[in-house]
Write a protein that binds this ligand. Structure first.
Ligand SMILES: NC(=O)c1ccc[n+]([C@@H]2O[C@H](COP(=O)([O-])OP(=O)(O)OC[C@H]3O[C@@H](n4cnc5c(N)ncnc54)[C@H](O)[C@@H]3O)[C@@H](O)[C@H]2O)c1
Length: 275
């Protein structure tokens, strides 16, 4: 069944909506006539996103918020209730990247990464799942990363946060199935966005990752194609690019071999993010 037939009121909430994947999701939904509550911490970019989406003819409400603030996310839910009587799709998408070896990552790095990349998604699910239940159904899309499934070296904090998002989504997929609520978790490898700006680049792995983010030929729009297709089919895992699929299958079918291959590539500087 098409998205609009399932959700005729076409109301969506998107965090990290001012840039990259969040903005690409908003543009796609705007073209399909959805009403959007867009949220982001970056005021200027959120204003610009509002303008762009307005030009596409969308009805847009914007909210400057920090996703690590539980009360701010509660206010977003209250606003949706007040303006449109609820919400149909929730995209817990805002995030940052962190990289570095275990001895380089500071406790502050760990806390910031877990707060923004994991706690924010926990908050979003905790606040919006009851609202969707009360409405009789809906859909939650959590943006994780292939980092959460592939556990590459020198990215421990990011990997742990994103693995938490994968696990949370897996749990809710079954738990909320009795409430007519769909769940998808997005696990891409690298695609072009502003994500590199969230890292200083001082550590070797951060510099490598920033270069990969700049070089990638994959766009946020490509990832949105896969997300929309997964929602249509009510599929949990959105494993996007071919390298993400290779890693996902190899790790699942041959877990020990997988870690040996990645370790070998990494030690010999052949690991994609070591270049
Ligand atoms: N770009 C990639 O290669 C890639 C790969 C895998 C996963 N992801 C994930 O995709 C999601 C979107 O990132 P992107 O690549 O579009 O990057 P991006 O930097 O272009 O967009 C992220 C947005 O999140 C916002 N944001 C950051 N911290 C916030 C906070 N505390 N409160 C509210 N908003 C906040 C930023 O202002 C920005 O607009 C993230 O969760 C990221 O981890 C990205």
């Amino acid at each position: 069944m098409s998205l609009e037939k399932r959700f005729p009121q076409k109301r969506a909430f998107i965090t990290g909506a001012a840039s990259g994947l969040g903005l690409a999701i908003c543009k796609r939904l705007a073209r399909r006539g959805w009403r959007l509550l867009i949220a982001d911490i970056n005021v200027e970019r959120l204003d610009e996103a509002d303008r762009i989406l307005g030009e596409l003819g969308a009805e847009v409400e914007k909210l400057v918020l920090d996703v690590t603030d539980y009360t701010a996310q509660e206010k977003a839910a209250a606003l949706l209730q007040e303006k449109w009587g609820g919400v149909d799709m929730v995209f817990n998408n805002a995030g940052i990247a962190t990289a570095g070896a275990i001895d380089e990552l500071t406790l502050a790095d760990w806390e910031r990464t877990i707060d923004i990349d994991l706690w924010s998604v926990v908050y979003g699910c905790k606040i919006f799942a009851p609202m969707l239940k009360a409405q009789g159904g809906g859909y939650i899309v959590n943006t994780a990363s292939s980092a959460g499934t592939l556990a590459g070296p020198e990215m421990a904090a990011y990997n742990v946060a994103k693995a938490g998002v994968v696990s949370l989504s897996e749990t809710l997929k079954t738990e909320l199935s009795k409430d007519n609520i769909g769940v998808s978790v997005v696990c891409p490898t690298v695609f072009v966005t502003s994500l590199g700006e969230t890292m200083s680049g001082e550590r070797e792995m951060e510099g490598n990752l920033i270069r990969q983010l700049q070089r990638s030929k994959v766009t946020a729009d490509d990832i949105v194609d896969d997300i929309m297709s997964a929602i249509d089919k009510n599929r949990l895992y959105v494993i996007t690019q071919s390298d993400a699929k290779w890693g996902w299958r190899t790790k699942r079918f041959f877990p020990e071999l997988y870690t040996r291959i990645i370790g070998y590539f990494y030690r010999n500087k052949k690991w994609i993010y070591s270049r």
